[in-house]
Design a binder for this molecule. Structure first.
Ligand code: PBG
Length: 324
């Protein structure tokens, strides 16, 4: 054969492969989710997320320092709220001395330059395990957004750099931006979970925070996994309402959505590789059915290739260790 073009010439050594590689991964790509609990000296493993932990504030301090030392500069905070503090209005979410507010201060105290993002939704605080206020079995929209806005301001006041509403109520970005502006938090950003699907992949996360819905499911507010164009509508609306960063969640099953958004919007796109995705790989690796590290790298690379500017993943530390 006298082929003029042979694509394999660009694959024949690691040197040439790395020279022509289109997507590379670095510590700067990652946002690290962290789970926080009350108490002292606590680092407890989450049963359905092997190798992932909930930390009490004292140990959170150390963890954040070690993340920073690895080049991981952004965290996304979640808190596990004791049952006796849960109600239907998210009262504890607004407590200026609540666990989230103290966690924000703990991170900033440990590493002042660490970027702190906080989850804004009522589910960890809700006696019903729902992301909003419940009335007659329905998650009401407008009353919920006003609590979320106050929650966002409370996080900003405690020192959060970005708030990350994960609830999928209509108009919450507008409500949050509006109140942040009124309260002079003009530099507090919003990372909106703009295309968040009603996914079955969140199970282990709900174990981690003991936040599973007490009745029903989240299908009246989170998106139908069958929908693609709706993700563009949701995301464009969130940008119009003031979102600085938008997000697609979960990750791997939704990379078509990531690419659609990449081709449509002009703000940074985050992808959340969620708890169920983490659990699946851990389980398969434990059985010896998949090469853990190779699959992990392939997955985060695919997420970035699809168009993610930011990857929120429980694998962040392991990926960075592997890279170095
Ligand atoms: C809460 C929230 C959830 C996740 C992030 N924020 C769970 C849910 O919506 O039920 C899931 C993250 C994961 O599974 O890793 N609003």
């Amino acid at each position: 054969m006298h082929l003029l073009r042979r694509n394999r010439r660009l694959r024949n050594s690691e040197a040439i492969r790395s020279l022509v590689r289109e997507t590379t991964i670095s510590p700067a790509d990652f946002l690290v989710p962290l789970f926080v609990v009350e108490g002292k000296g606590i680092q407890e493993e989450i049963a359905s997320m092997p190798g992932y932990y909930r930390y009490s504030l004292d140990l959170l301090h150390n963890e954040v320092k070690s993340l920073w030392a690895m080049g991981l500069k952004s965290v996304l905070l979640f808190v596990k709220v004791p049952d006796n503090l849960k109600d239907n209005k998210g009262t504890e979410a607004l407590n200026a001395d609540g666990l989230m507010q103290r966690a924000i201060k703990t991170v900033k105290d440990a590493v002042p330059d660490m970027l702190v993002m906080t989850d804004v939704a009522l589910d960890p605080y809700s006696s019903y395990g729902h992301d909003g206020i419940v009335e007659d079995g329905y998650i009401v929209n407008d009353a919920t957004t006003s609590v979320l806005a106050k929650m966002a301001v409370s996080h900003a006041r405690a020192g959060a750099d970005f708030v990350a509403p994960s609830d999928m109520m209509d108009g919450r970005i507008l409500a949050i931006r509006d109140l942040l502006e009124k309260e002079q938090f003009v530099n507090t950003g919003i990372m909106s979970y703009s295309a968040k699907y009603a996914s079955a992949f969140y199970g282990p996360f709900r174990d981690a925070l003991d936040s599973a819905p007490g009745f029903g499911d989240k299908k009246t507010y989170q998106m139908d996994p069958a929908n693609r164009e709706e993700a563009i509508k949701e995301t464009v609306m969130d940008i119009e309402e003031g979102a600085d960063i938008v997000m697609v969640k979960p990750g791997l099953c939704y990379l078509d959505i990531v690419r659609d958004l990449k081709n449509t919007v002009e703000v940074p796109i985050a992808v959340y590789q969620v708890s169920g995705e983490y659990a699946m790989l851990k389980a398969a690796a434990e059985k010896g059915w998949l090469d853990h590290d190779a699959v992990m790298l392939e997955q985060v690379t695919a997420i970035k290739r699809a168009g993610a500017n930011i990857i929120a993943t429980y694998f962040a530390k392991e990926v960075v260790k592997l890279l170095s």
